[in-house]
Write a protein that binds this ligand. Structure first.
Ligand code: P6P
Length: 339
């Protein structure tokens, strides 16, 4: 390894522009500018997550801090920066946030041709434990001749043009797909740039890790119970899988993309539709997983094929290595065949 500094750093913006360049003159650069706005929000949130542990930013909304200022819960603050930055970019028409009951329709002056659905700070309940948390986002191109309505985001995830997450931990890692594979970028705080560090992320076809909240085991439907038992008590001399569960989707999915295996948050007898949100958790993570060579399913249906009817609806999620997820699907197929 040379000790010479890398003089050919590839920033996220340069990397995406290169993509656009490959598209030739049709590329307007609007997606690049939108992704620049998303990068800015990730840098801001990364800074505040890091400070949160120092300046007691993790208080509940509505409390006042020692300066007597209205204290904003970190995910409320993250939501505000995302809404303002995406509106100011002039590239969006409809925004959906996990933090807002209703969609935001951008005024004509600032309206652009993309719709962004996002969870500004997923897993934020873990922050005071120092667990990695993250921002998750998905991007649709507005429908032809639309000025931005709910119908522009109540579309299957297969119609997204980009998706990604930024994980806030020892460093800020932004993982992105624009439909041509998955790339990972690490924030160089000194430069203020996300630098390409994980080009062309591919999920191993099979892993050795399963990631479920087994505290829900008594509620699991039979195919899930049978599948997990097949991992824990394997036959034909195979070794059991390891259990890894962080309870922060961005962290659990990031590990699954890099190391392989399976992440699952299934629907069960307690959570009839599962816990994770379809539009801004399941769709972006499913898009990334498929672009990295994996599978993302509800157990019986490809997640990206689901047509949402509500911006906050939930769905069952299994995603990861194609061979591991295929093994899970076999238990659902057996159940269907037995009916
Ligand atoms: P549980 C965090 O609250 C979250 O939305 C996801 O990030 C995570 O995967 C899931 O919920 C964890 O849920 O029920 O295991 O605590």
């Amino acid at each position: 390894m040379s000790d010479q500094p890398n003089t050919n750093i590839i920033t996220l913006t340069r990397h995406v522009l290169a993509d656009q360049f490959e598209l030739g003159p049709v590329a307007s650069g609007d997606l690049t500018l939108l992704l620049t706005a998303i990068q800015t929000t990730s840098k801001f949130i990364a800074t505040n997550v890091r400070k949160a542990r120092l300046i007691n930013l993790i208080g509940l909304a509505g409390e006042t801090n020692i300066q007597g200022e209205e204290q904003k819960k970190l995910d409320v603050l993250s939501n505000d920066i995302m809404i303002n930055s995406l509106r100011a970019s002039g590239k969006t028409a409809v925004l959906v946030s996990e933090e807002l009951d209703e969609a935001v329709f951008i005024d004509e002056k600032h309206r652009g041709k993309y719709c962004v659905v996002f969870d500004p700070l997923d897993g934020s309940s873990n922050i005071d434990a120092g667990v990695n948390i993250g921002t998750i986002f998905g991007i649709y191109h507005i429908r032809p001749d639309s000025k931005g309505t709910l119908q522009d985001v109540l579309r299957p995830g297969s119609e997204m043009v980009a998706a990604g997450y930024t994980m806030y931990g020892s460093s800020a890692n932004l993982v992105l797909t624009t439909g041509k594979g998955v790339n990972g970028y690490t924030l160089d705080a000194a430069l203020g740039e996300f630098i390409l560090t994980h080009p062309n992320i591919r999920v191993p076809p099979r892993g050795k890790i399963y990631s479920f909240n087994e505290g829900n085991s008594m509620y699991f439907h039979e195919p899930v119970t049978k599948y997990l038992n097949s991992l824990k008590y394997p036959s034909n001399g195979k070794l059991p899988y390891s259990a890894r569960y962080i309870g922060s989707m961005v962290a659990d999915v990031h590990r699954t993309l890099l190391y392989g295996g399976i992440f699952g948050y299934p629907d069960d007898k307690k959570s009839k539709n599962g816990k994770l949100r379809l539009l801004y958790e399941a769709f972006p993570m499913a898009f990334l997983t498929e672009q990295a060579g994996g599978i993302a399913t509800t157990g019986t249906k490809r997640i990206l094929d689901i047509v949402p009817t509500d911006i906050h609806q939930r769905c069952s999620v299994f995603l990861g290595s194609k061979d591991d997820v295929a093994d899970l699907q076999k238990f659902y197929q057996q159940e269907a065949a037995a009916k």
